[in-house]
Design a binder for this molecule. Sequence first.
Ligand code: SF4
Length: 270
Amino acid sequence: MNTLAEAPHKEPSEKEILTGLQEKVSASRLSLFLQCRLKFFFRYVLRLKKPKTPSLHVGNSVHSVLKTWNKARWLQKPLTLKQAHNAYIEAWSDTSEGMPVWEAGEEDAEKTTGWRLVETYLRESHVPADLKPDAVEVPVEADLVNHGLPRLIGILDLVQRRQIIDYKTSATTPNPEKVAHTTEIQTTGYAILYRHNTGQKESGMALHHLVKLKNPKVVITTMPPMTRHQENRLFRQMEAYVTGLQHEQFVPSPGMHCSSCEFFNECRRH
Ligand code: SF4
């Protein structure tokens, strides 16, 4: 007799996947849908798997050690630099989300680059080690059914003195005005999530970019609290998402972003 533990895992049908995607959405999913619906289809509907890229692995490892560092601050037991380094080494060897295929000598160079980013960030004290955060790495959601929209979900990297902080790694120095525009879906989404879950208005938002230059640097872009106009824009974008999924409008949007698309070959054959 089959026990529950032995029950075979049933893959969801495409229809079930589409239904689930219409019920809840994260900012990154919404951004991808608005950037290219066909890429969204390959990643979230067909669920095509691709190898992890080296830059994603560096970004994940850096993100992981900053999460550990902030959690230790929240517990008011700040990490030493050595403990932070150990956390980085552990994160680097985590293969649960796959390991990139490295060129000869590439892994050591990238590993060093990632650690230098973390070390620069901690040394420059962009967030004081002894200041207790409001929240670290919290999964949150907002039920937007009153607006006829799906549930919005997300994870807040760090909230400090009601400021929502998000970490990013980047190969180039960000331009503050452009980055405020290109990350607007994400920052607006975070503000909605924060307000829904705390009943308070955020004091503002900040993007902490750790830039992978020969001499690593940290660029902080601060933004004021979300405006009503930004909230409306996001709601209209979510409406377009729902309509697009209902009508299965998975059309390609060729452009500059195709140069980094992991589904380029699938797209050409589609
Ligand atoms: S190659 Fe360009 S158009 Fe095709 S799926 Fe990727 S992003 Fe979309």
